[in-house]
Design a protein around this ligand. Structure first.
Ligand SMILES: Nc1ncnc2c1ncn2[C@@H]1O[C@H](COP(=O)(O)OP(=O)(O)OP(=O)(O)O)[C@@H](O)[C@H]1O
Ligand SMILES: [Mg+2]
Length: 365
């Protein structure tokens, strides 16, 4: 059992740098939770608070319902992998992995058994005699993870452990860490600013901005039902398109701006009527902008500015007088820069946001 609970955690550095604000979060036993958000949003601060490397200004940390807020890191039974791996350069891989166990006075044979086991899991048996400078980035990363596995902690904490790796290795290590989680059945909390990493690894994702939780959800729901414009724009690549316009109409309701006039059915966007004559923001994912022939109703024109063939699909960058849009379409030829393209949004799958609060309008999805 290893449940981590954060209750009203606030961390203020100096006088007024609010790194985390009233964070409430329960990470269940064996769960893989990812904290994601832009640089400076408080991810590392929250992780370090769980590890005991930072003392919160306010609030409490519980591990298995025990208040550990003022318990030193070494007594918390958590192990952390840092972005820079923090390996001891003068020690061999074996000694790096043994170090924490020696400090805790484990018997030699037990240390060996644990290191053999972890090395096998990570496929680094051949490397135990080397020093860190004789390892590649991916190998160093494995050793850093190995050092935590041998501890057999209740909770694994990862702070951007893949960010020093090249793109291909990152994808590979991502899958390996997911497998490791399945194999160890341990509670893991993982910090990243990369939304792809978050989406592919997390059982649940916590999106942060300016020290505050924006939304907590499983990856699919987060993508399909973002609570606010920040989450909508942060999750997904290419990002969601945002078009500003006004809600008008009477019996029928429309989203309109200079170039667009599309009917919005009330049954699709609950509460849209209360925005009549108000400015709102329409969010459309690139895959929900469908190229159509000119005759189709409920569509609008945009000019193709860039064509990016990805092989299995094409990203079309489009100019809609003042708004740059991107559409993700099937791979086919015939899209030419400078030409007009008629687009029909898949309205039922799109999102409308209150321009003042950034919150999503309606909840019938
Ligand atoms: N020791 C410190 N003293 C003062 N300010 C700090 C300290 N540590 C972090 N901060 C500030 O707290 C805020 C959150 O920092 P934190 O390191 O948690 O962000 P992060 O989300 O991990 O960012 P990154 O993705 O860049 O690692 C930032 O504004 C940062 O400058
Ligand atoms: Mg950080």
């Amino acid at each position: 059992m290893a449940e981590v609970k954060l209750e009203h955690i606030t961390k203020i550095f100096g006088k007024d740098i609010v790194a985390a604000k009233d964070i409430n979060l329960v990470i269940k036993d064996k769960e893989f939770v990812v904290l994601v958000g832009p640089s400076g949003c408080g991810k590392s601060t929250i992780l370090r608070t769980i590890a005991g490397l930072e003392e919160p200004t306010d609030g409490k940390v519980f591990i298995d319902n025990i208040d550990v807020t003022f318990i030193p890191p070494k007594d918390r039974d958590v192990a952390m992998v840092f972005q820079n791996y923090a390996l001891y350069p003068h020690m061999t891989v074996y000694d790096n992995m043994a170090f924490g166990l020696k400090l805790r006075r484990f018997p030699k044979q037990e240390i060996k058994t644990r290191i053999d086991n972890a090395s096998k899991i990570l496929g680094i048996e051949e490397l135990v005699g080397r020093r860190p400078k004789e390892l590649s980035g991916g190998q160093k990363q494995r050793v850093a993870v190995g050092r935590t596995i041998v501890r057999n902690p209740k909770v694994f904490l990862f702070d951007e452990p893949l960010s020093n790796l090249d793109a291909k290795l990152r994808v590979q290590m991502r899958a390996e860490l997911s497998k490791l989680h399945n194999r160890l059945q341990a509670t893991m909390i993982y910090v990243t600013h990369d939304q792809t990493e978050a989406m592919t690894m997390g059982d649940r994702i916590v999106v942060l901005k300016d020290g505050k939780i924006q939304q907590i959800s499983d990856p699919i729901n987060l993508y399909n039902n973002p609570d606010n414009i920040f989450v909508a724009g942060f999750i997904g690549s290419p990002s969601m398109n945002f078009i500003h316009g006004k809600i008008t109409g009477n019996e029928k309701i429309f989203f309109v701006n200079e170039n667009v006039r599309i009917e919005i059915k009330e049954m699709i966007v609950n509460g849209i009527r209360s925005f009549i004559n108000k400015e709102i923001i329409w969010g459309i994912r690139p895959e929900h902008l469908i190229p159509v022939s000119c005759k189709e109703k409920e569509s609008f024109d945009a000019i193709i500015s860039v064509v990016e063939p990805m092989g299995n699909e094409i990203f079309l960058y489009l100019d809609l007088e003042g708004f740059e849009l991107v559409a993700r379409v099937e791979s086919q030829s015939g899209f030419k820069v400078g030409e007009n393209l008629r687009l029909k949004p898949h309205v039922e799958l799109t999102h409308f946001f209150n321009i003042e609060t950034g919150k999503k309008i309606g909840n019938l999805k």
